[in-house]
Design a protein around this ligand. Structure first.
Ligand code: 13P
Ligand code: SF4
Length: 301
């Protein structure tokens, strides 16, 4: 922490001078999450709050698709991401051409796209969703069948909760796909009474054996409301670190998995982002309108 102090001081000063705010995802490390972030949350909260930001500059402490979404919703503001390499295996798993082929194979079936995608894929979609509102979005369309891309496991997990038929794609989150049902059984044996929460990007066999599944914000709320004596969050490691700060009485059991993309963001490159105005996130005007439409339709629900 002491070694972070100079960066924290500099970032707080730069934020004031540049009229900047920092939006941080729940998977950012505690020194970012608790010391310099102005707005924190899951993907849905970050998108919702991006609309309300009253600043000239937004620094997105998270991955590229989140910065792109913030830019879509704030076309006139400067949006910076401290490391352009902060990608996402889900966003990498599908292209707009894939979406066009899916539409050909399933004529008339609406395309619901997880926000963990490029703006170009969003532009080729009817509406977006996050893990926090996926079922609501599916049921809002009033149709018997939807395409839900690109996370196969999220689609399968939502399919268990709704009568709407869901056609999935084959994308996976490289962090959550690593958990399996045996992990859940081993945890129950090793930590009697443990409450097991899983992110819906986990394989369905994991969600089926967990006590509860939800987005990162929903998991955090669950801990706050139910205050389990011991809990494990089957998700990215910083999640437990950040939630644990507010709940000293709860025992947070690991394992967890690190997201190498989220971990590219550091105090030091946030400071550089504000000092050197880098790396600016832009969206091709040819697709920005359609991509924004898909995000705004989601936010209207
Ligand atoms: P949420 O915070 O929306 O649950 O998303 C998890 C995630 O993996 C984001 O990259
Ligand atoms: Fe993508 Fe998974 Fe990392 Fe989230 S945790 S950014 S879904 S790879």
């Amino acid at each position: 922490w002491l070694s972070h102090e100079a960066d924290i001081e500099a970032i707080l000063d730069l934020k004031r001078r540049r009229n900047a705010v920092i939006l941080a995802h729940n998977y950012q490390t505690p020194e970012i999450f608790h010391s310099v972030a102005d707005i924190v949350g899951d993907s849905l909260a970050l998108a919702r709050k991006a609309v309300e930001v009253d600043a000239e500059v937004i620094v997105l402490a998270g991955v590229h698709f989140m910065a792109e979404t913030a830019k879509l919703l704030n076309p006139e503001k400067t949006v910076l991401i401290p490391d352009m390499g902060a990608g996402c295996s889900l966003a990498e798993s599908i292209t707009p051409e894939d979406v066009a082929l899916l539409r050909q194979a399933h004529p008339g079936v609406p395309v619901i796209t997880y926000v963990n995608t490029s703006a170009a894929v969003k532009a080729a979609s009817d509406i977006c969703c996050t893990s926090g509102n996926a079922r609501k979005v599916v049921e809002s369309l009033g149709v018997p069948k939807v395409l839900m891309i690109p996370d196969e496991y999220l689609a399968q997990n939502v399919a268990r909760e709704t009568d709407v038929e869901i056609i999935a794609w084959r994308g996976h989150c490289e962090v959550h796909e690593l958990f399996n049902a045996q992990d859940v059984r081993d945890l129950r044996e090793a930590y009697p009474g443990v409450t097991i929460l899983a992110h819906p990007e986990c394989p369905p066999e994991v969600v089926a054996e967990a006590d509860f599944a939800g987005s990162t914000a929903v998991m955090s709320d669950y801990v706050g409301q139910k205050k389990p004596a011991r809990v494990v969050l089957l998700t990215e490691c910083s999640m437990s670190d950040n939630v644990a700060v507010h709940h000293p009485d709860v025992e947070f059991v690991r394992p967890c998995n690190l997201c190498p993309h989220m971990k590219r963001i550091t105090l030091s490159n946030i400071r550089k982002a504000l000092e050197e105005n880098r790396h600016e996130v832009t969206v091709d005007p040819a697709i920005a309108g359609a991509a924004r439409g898909a995000v705004e339709r989601m936010l209207a629900i």
